[in-house]
Design a protein around this ligand. Structure first.
Ligand SMILES: Nc1nc2c(ncn2[C@@H]2O[C@H](COP(=O)(O)OP(=O)(O)OP(=O)(O)O)[C@@H](O)[C@H]2O)c(=O)[nH]1
Ligand SMILES: [Mg+2]
Length: 330
């Protein structure tokens, strides 16, 4: 078999386990994960180099994790769905990942509909099989239902969390790719800058520590990211939509923000391999999810145009509020 390469888009409903699968296949934490739906908000690239094997020349799989497919009701949601469509464009294989513990419903059909007019090969990945009491055999009726909806290229049961079935998945995905040379150098893992990942790590802590609407109403922008040989200085702002939310994020005597900051800092130190000095701010940006300008500003690809020596300096016209600043060192 010749060397193969291509782009593989991971698609599916919120919470299906797309980001868990990306991290498990790449072997690095590139995407944040939480039990709350709509955790991922932008597309995330991760590269898997499949070594030469018996009768196989090896492969390079460029995975793209995407936000969960949903009907958007805000500027943020619409932007998330644009990210999904951009990831789907020009990919060679789609991994449609579904939670195998749930019955098929209309929202699954909505995800499948996105693929209706495309001729791209689609592999159906039935995830979370570790939660099935009856084992994989229990999947047969569900598989029959799915088969009626789309001519899937392969159907592969896995547990992304337990890393079960991933070897066979890699084998089948490799076989579905076109012959071609590696698209990126072998040591290239992602296109996502460390500074953006730092903001995501803070956001993950917020998602895990907070409840109800807060996880959805918060976002993080990294204002400064200065990496030295021994110390990285990072400052970031957590935006929320209302004063009450700001109060919860800061907590009594700043306890909540301190907890978020400490656990984020420990993760950042692991990721960067240096000590980290992390400064967090909380600001209220009323209805930011409805502001197209603000949502665009969150896009790291766009932020790259406004960086000066590690500092994010957005033009005056950008819709940010300076009011309500509260800092907490961790
Ligand atoms: N038991 C079990 N849980 C899993 C598995 N894969 C993912 N999960 C859990 O499912 C939840 C959602 O996982 P994510 O990887 O964040 O899901 P996602 O599809 O990326 O979600 P969005 O980014 O919100 O679209 C987390 O609590 C994961 O730990 C699995 O194979 N088994
Ligand atoms: Mg995700």
């Amino acid at each position: 078999m010749p060397f193969r390469s291509g782009f593989v888009c991971i698609l599916g409903r919120p919470n299906a386990g797309k980001s868990t699968l990306l991290n498990a296949l790449v072997g690095e934490k590139l995407a944040i994960i939480s039990p709350k739906p709509q955790t991922t908000r932008n597309r995330i690239q991760g590269i898997v180099n499949v070594p030469k094997g018996k009768g196989q020349a090896g492969a390079q799989i460029v995975l793209i994790d995407t936000p969960g497919v949903h009907r958007p009701d805000s500027s943020l949601g619409r932007k998330m769905m644009v990210e999904v469509r951009e990831a789907l464009e020009g990919c060679d294989v789609v991994l449609l990942i579904m939670d195998a513990t749930r019955k098929l419903d209309q929202r699954d059909q909505f995800a499948i509909q996105m693929l209706k007019h495309s001729s791209t090969k689609v592999c159906l990945i039935l995830n979370k099989v570790d939660l099935l009491r009856g084992g994989k055999g229990q999947l047969l009726p569900l598989i029959e239902e799915y088969k009626k909806l789309h001519p899937f290229h392969e159907i592969i049961p896995i547990s992304a969390l337990k890393r079960d079935g991933l070897e066979i998945l890699l084998k089948l995905v490799t076989a579905a790719l076109p012959a071609g040379p590696a698209l990126f150098p072998e040591d290239h893992i992602t296109d996502q800058p460390a500074r953006f990942m730092a903001g995501e790590i803070v956001r993950e802590r917020v998602l895990i520590e907070t409840e109800e609407e807060l996880p959805y109403a918060t976002t993080v922008i990294v204002d400064t990211f200065e990496e030295g040989a021994k110390l990285a200085r990072i400052s970031a702002t957590i935006f929320c939509e209302r004063e009450g939310q700001k109060g919860i994020l800061i907590g009594k005597k700043g306890q909540m923000l301190k907890r978020i900051g400490t656990s984020a800092r420990l993760q950042l130190e692991k990721m960067l391999g240096t000590k980290v000095f992390l400064e967090l701010y909380v600001k209220v940006q009323p209805n930011w999810r409805e502001s197209r300008g603000f949502v665009e500003e969150l896009d790291w690809r766009r932020q790259l145009e406004h960086l000066t020596d590690g500092r994010l300096e957005l033009p005056e016209s950008e819709p940010r509020t300076a009011a309500g600043k509260k800092s907490q060192r961790t």
